[in-house]
Design a binder for this molecule. Sequence first.
Ligand SMILES: Cc1cc2nc3c(=O)[nH]c(=O)nc-3n(C[C@H](O)[C@H](O)[C@H](O)COP(=O)(O)OP(=O)(O)OC[C@H]3O[C@@H](n4cnc5c(N)ncnc54)[C@H](O)[C@@H]3O)c2cc1C
Length: 398
Amino acid sequence: MVPKEISITIIGAGIGGLTCAIALQKLGYRIKVFEQADELKEIGAGLTIPPNARRAIKHLGFEKEVIQASYKPHKAAIKDYFSGKTLEEIKINPKRDSCNQNQSKDSPIFGTLQIHRADFQSILLNNILKKDPNSILLNHEFTNFTIHNGSLVCHFKNNTSFKTDALIACDGNKSLVRESINGNDKLNYLGYVAWRGLISASDIPSDLIQPDTATFVGKEKIFARYKIRSGQLINYVGFSKKNDWKNESWSVQSSIEELLSEFGDSADEIKTLIRKTQPNQCYKWALAGREPVKKWSTENLTLLGDAAHPMLPFLGQGAAMAIEDAVILARFFLKEKNIKDAFTRYEQNRIDRTTMVMHSAELNGLKLSGASYTNFIKEKKVYTEEEVAEYNPVEAAL
Ligand SMILES: Cc1cc2nc3c(=O)[nH]c(=O)nc-3n(C[C@H](O)[C@H](O)[C@H](O)COP(=O)(O)OP(=O)(O)OC[C@H]3O[C@@H](n4cnc5c(N)ncnc54)[C@H](O)[C@@H]3O)c2cc1C
C-alpha cells in the first residue's frame, strides 16, 4: 500500500474530485481538495448514473443516499424528434432495485438512476466533510506548481501555496494541469450546442411524460428528457449541431424564446416542455473536448475525470468515467507501494477504456443526430452500450 502518511492534493471539487476524495479517505489518506469557486453549486440539471458508476458508488458506501435522492426510470423510449412517434422502447428497471450483473438481461442500462446534480454533489460533500471538516478549501484557484526537494508545491491565485506529496488534477475539461503535462493540446469546440432546462412535474399533464424517459432523434437535433428528484422535476437537454460558437464563455444563461426558436421544428411534446421551463433554469453550453492522450501522469501527479478524458455526453458516461477512475486509482493505492507506481498503473489501466468510451460517445452522437458513421466505425475502436455499462470497477482485473 502507498504509505498512509503522504499528503494528497486534489485540484477541483467537481464529481471527479469529490469522488476521488471519498475513495482515498476510505483507505485512510489525508486529502485536501482545492476548488476555485467561492461556493459549491451545481447549475440545475440532471445526471444519469449508469450501472457501472452505481457499482462504484455502492462500493464507496453511499448508494442508499443516492437511491433515495434519485428517480428510478422504468422505461426509456426513442422517439422521432419531428413527429413525437415512438420508434423503440426499452425496459430499464422492470422490478428489481439493483444493478447486479446477471440479474436481468432486459437492458444494458438496467439499474440506471437519475439524479439532480446538486443532490448528488451534496451527498458527496457530506460524505467527505463527515470524515474531515477541513478537507475542502474554496476560493483557491490553482495557477501552477513548482518542485522543491522532490515535493510538489501548488500555487494559487490568492497568493497561497501548498506543499504536497501527490497531486490529482480533477480540474475538468479546461484543465491547466493537463496542459503542463501534454503541452498545448487545445480544448476544441466539438460542433454541438446543448440547452438544459428543468420543469416541475406538477406543471405538466402526467400523460405527456410517457414513458418516463425519452430521447428524441432527428437530423442534427437530439432532445432527451428524464425525471429526477423522485419524479418531482423533469430535466431535459436539447442538442443542436452548429458550425461555430461565438460566445467567449463555454456556458451562458439562455431563454425560453431562444429554445423555442432553436427547437421550433420539433414534436409538440418537446415544445410543451420548453414552454413550461422555469425561466431561471435554462442554460446553454458549447460542447468542448480534447483528443485522447497517452500520458496522464508524471512521478507524483496524475489526471482524473474530464481533465483526463473530456467526452461528448451522448452516452451519459462522462461523470461515470470519473467515478470509475476514482475507484480504480484507490485500488492501485492499495496495491502499489509508492505514488509513482500507483499513478503509472492507474494510467495504463484507464487510458484504453476511457478512450474507447470517448469514441463510443462520439459515435452515439453521430447515430442519434442522423449523421453518417460507417467510416467512423472503421477508423476507431468503440464499445457497445452494454460493454460500457457492464463494467465493474470494483472487481475488474487490475
Ligand atoms: C449536457 C451534458 C450532459 C451530461 N450528462 C451526463 C450524464 O447524464 N451522466 C454522466 O455520467 N455524465 C454526464 N455528463 C458529463 C459530466 O457532467 C462530466 O463528465 C463530469 O461532470 C466531469 O466531472 P469532473 O469532476 O471531471 O469535472 P468538472 O465537473 O468540470 O469539475 C471540475 C472542477 O474543477 C474546478 N476547477 C477548474 N479549474 C480549476 C483551477 N484552476 N483551480 C481550482 N479548481 C478548478 C471547477 O470549478 C470544477 O469545480 C454530461 C455533460 C454535459 C455537458
